[in-house]
Design a protein around this ligand. Sequence first.
Ligand code: ATP
Ligand code: ZN
Length: 288
Amino acid sequence: MHNEPILKIAIQKSGRLSEDSIALLKECGIELRNVKDRLRTVSDNFPIEVFFLRDDDIPEYVEDGVADLGIVGQNVLAEKNRNVQTIEALGFGKCRLSIALPKTVAYEGASTLEGKRIATSYPVIVAGYLKKNNINATVHEISGSVEIAPGIGLADAVVDLVSSGGTLFMNGLKEAEVLLESQAVLISNNQLNKHQQTILEKLLFRIRAVKKAKKNKYVLMNAPNEKLSEIISLLPGMKSPSVLPLAESGWSSVHSVLSEDEFWEKIEQLKKAGAEGILVVPIEKMIL
Ligand code: ATP
Ligand code: ZN
């Protein structure tokens, strides 16, 4: 009874990807016990075992097959250069890896870095960038708080992760060039067996349903019947919107699904077209 196939997934133990990684598994209906302890844990209702690791170690463990799957930032993947497969972008942990300079220094492209000292936790990516642009610069590898390096005279520039830019700003730096856009991705070992592949497909099916649902909203509204055709023409829906008669004659209730990117624009158009009492409801799962 212990030889049933199981997939081992490595996620970040504590940091910016941890909560979202655990939440994603939960939204996929995978129950995990003792996630608070952040040790190994096996699910009771899905053939998966979770390992909690430092994010930097995840690509290596997945390559070696210690874990079959992992959730890690594309920034770490690019730096570690391991032989793993990217299966799916997960839509969280979004950030960019950028060159930043003191505010007072003008940036005129890669050549600005010639002969300079660059502090970073991403020496491989930085070395690749310098080589590609034919620039000679000294790379100082620092494992944390890279953004303080210029202020204390340790470097002339940094290459670091940025999301809002607030940390750079507080340290007198400005973002000069984006080297890489990143988000969390699901990665896998290249040699999953048939059983593991089947479990992965099941997991992926659920992840996609969760992702899709997050991008869409369920919308309900009341519409006077004479405006129905105009309102329906504005709505996509999975097939077409549902239209139900209201108790009050001459009125209908219209239900549909709207995607995030067109959401506000559509709501305005619907109001203009005569829709009233518009309700917007989050969708938990969406299976097409
Ligand atoms: P660990 O102890 O696991 O090595 P860490 O300190 O390297 O943790 P975190 O700061 O928790 O890492 O970031 C983990 C990942 O979160 C990053 O590699 C990146 O993919 C993502 N991330 C998203 N936004 C940001 C941000 N603003 N700054 C840093 N990382 C971010
Ligand atoms: Zn790390």
